[in-house]
Every structure is written in C-alpha cells, then in structure tokens.
Design a protein around this ligand. Structure first.
Ligand SMILES: Nc1ncnc2c1ncn2[C@@H]1O[C@H](COP(=O)(O)OP(=O)(O)O)[C@@H](O)[C@H]1O
Ligand SMILES: [Mg+2]
Length: 307
C-alpha cells in the first residue's frame, strides 16, 4: 500500500545568527501515523516544528506540507487551515473558564465545532466551567490539545505535550493521543521522554544538536541499537554455570549477567539453574533507553538534559 506523505522535508537547515540549530535534516511523515522527534533540550525539535507550522522561515532546504511548498507564501493559509498546534509551554487565559477559552479560539478560527463535544473528547466535561488557572497540569495540557483541535485539523503538532506532568497525568495524555490517532489524525510529536516515544510512535527520529542520529519504528531502533538480550541471575552457584560452559559477566559479587540471542540459549541457561533453590532470575529486555545510549553515548534525564 502506498502511503500518503503529509510532510516531506529535504535538507532543512535553520541558523540563529551563526548558530546552526537545525542542520540539513530530511524526513517524511505519513498520513495517519504518530511521528516523534526525540531528543534532549536544544536538539532543534521546536525549531523544526515551528518551521513546518509556518512560524519560522528556514535558511535552506525543501519543506512540503500536504504537497504545498512552504516557499509558496500565498498557499500558507491553506496549510494553516489544515493543521492544529499545541506549542511548547502552552498557556491559555488564566481567568477564563475552559469553555470560555475554547469559545474564544472557536471564534478566532471561525469554526463551527461543538465546544461541549470537544470538551467531552478531551475528558474535561466536569471542568467545563472551571477557571483555567485552577486546573492541574494535565488538565491544562488537555485544554491545549482541545484548542489545537478547534479547526478540526488533519495534522496535529504537539510540542512536548507531557513535559513536567506526573506519571498518571502523562498516561492520561498518552491515552488521549492514542484516541486521536484512532480517529485518523496524523500526529507530529516532540518529546525528550524515551518511554513516551516508545509508547506512542509509529516512527521516531532521534535528533541531537540539529542532526538526525537515527530513525525508524521503536521496535526497529531497539532491535538495531538496543543491545543484547540478557538474563541476570542473583545468588546462583557459579560452579553450575562453569560446568555447563555458560559464559557470564559479573560486576557484583551476588549476581551474574549472561547475554543470549535466542530462546534455545535462554532455555539452556534456565535449565542449568533449575535445581538451585536460591537463584533469582531477571530477564532484561533491550529498550529505547539502551538504544539511545548506544547511539549517542548519552542518557536524557527527566528535565530533558543529555548527560
Ligand atoms: N530564537 C532563537 N534565537 C537564538 N537561538 C535560538 C532561538 N530559538 C532556539 N534557539 C537555540 O537553538 C537550539 C535549538 O532550540 P530548540 O529548537 O528550541 O530545541 P528543542 O526544542 O529541541 O529544545 C538551542 O540551542 C536554542 O538555544
Ligand atoms: Mg522544544
């Protein structure tokens, strides 16, 4: 099946004075997918999305959205009508209620959407008449997502939609994003959270210092860069492993780590320790964290800093 490209970018570059924030990046986004730009603070994620949203002008490169070239300034309004945007650090009017905020944006866009239905879609019915400033962080983000939906866009940009949220609010936002995907929206996400990219995305583009480091589906990235599968045995009798010719590494007195490629090898390891009453077994699956570390030599902390 041929996939429809909603975004096509080739050799995109953006500088601020002398500083190269986005450095010759190329990628496509397909209709109906959740596509994530994953990288630490300062990677160039927001710059990239703001160019696609027609807010910033690139220095170089080709940017096409819905087949329209960004250089065609006269057609930019056509693009803007079909996209929804939730900016990074989104904020609405503190002293207006949820409904009043959405009414404001509906009029601004001259949209015919039902505000009550929209509020229901983002799960805020109980907060319809609550002042924006009294909402929790997760609820504020949902107002942001509702505003981005006000013109019933085909393509949605969510720039760090769960930054700073607690785990439960983050999960609720993820569920909302999954629901929007099911309803046929194409979603362009930026995030510095590995788990978020892994949970939501069909495809991920890893970006650091304005350059693409790798791209692919979460499972492909993990398969290609996530390292070996391994099993950790705690308190096991190493003599049994030696007797069975099982190679292991150990950086702690109480445990050994054994890498394996396939189930046959795993079963052999497990069979060798079945009679050991003290052994504790932990199977380590490669994940996106490991893939990111192997690709970049860095980990990203909760604040988005690469270490
Ligand atoms: N308007 C601007 N003027 C100068 N530098 C900027 C501007 N906007 C962003 N930058 C710099 O460009 C780099 C990329 O920023 P940004 O696109 O916001 O990255 P991200 O969203 O991945 O954190 C950062 O080093 C940032 O400081
Ligand atoms: Mg950003």
């Amino acid at each position: 099946m041929k996939q429809n490209k909603v975004i096509n970018i080739e050799g995109l570059t953006k500088t601020y004075n002398e500083f190269i924030a986005v450095n010759e990046i190329s990628f496509d986004v397909n209709e109906g997918e959740v596509f994530a730009l994953l990288g630490p603070n300062g990677a160039g994620k927001t710059t990239t999305v703001e160019i696609i949203e027609c807010l910033k002008t690139p220095d170089n490169g080709k940017v096409e959205i819905f087949g329209i070239n960004l250089e065609d300034k006269k057609k930019q309004n056509e693009i803007k009508r079909k996209i929804g945007v939730m900016p990074q650090n989104f904020n609405a009017f503190d002293w207006l209620t949820v409904k009043e905020n959405l009414d404001y944006f509906r009029k601004l866009y001259d949209s015919k959407i039902s505000i009550d239905e929209l509020i229901d879609r983002v799960g805020l019915t109980k907060k319809t008449d609550s002042m924006y400033k009294t909402l929790s962080g997760g609820m504020k983000q949902r107002v942001g997502i509702a505003i981005s939906l006000i013109n019933e866009p085909e393509l949605l940009f969510l720039d760090e939609p769960t930054a700073g949220l607690d785990p439960q609010a983050r999960r609720e936002t993820w569920n909302l994003i999954k629901k929007l995907k099911q309803q046929g929206k194409t979603i362009f996400l930026t995030t510095h959270y590995m788990e978020e990219a892994q949970e939501l995305s069909d495809r991920i583009l890893i970006i650091i210092e304005g350059k693409i480091v790798a791209s692919g589906s979460p499972s492909k990235l993990i398969e290609n860069y996530g390292g070996n599968k391994s099993i950790i045995l705690k308190n096991c009798d190493r003599k049994i492993l030696d007797k069975n010719n099982i190679q292991y590494e150990s950086d702690r007195e109480s445990q050994v780590q054994i890498t394996y490629d396939n189930n046959d090898q795993l079963f052999k390891i497990l069979a060798s320790v079945t009679d050991d009453p003290n052994v504790e077994i932990e199977i380590k699956k490669p994940n996106l964290d490991e893939a990111f570390l192997n690709l970049t030599g860095r980990r990203i902390n909760d604040e988005g800093l690469a270490k």
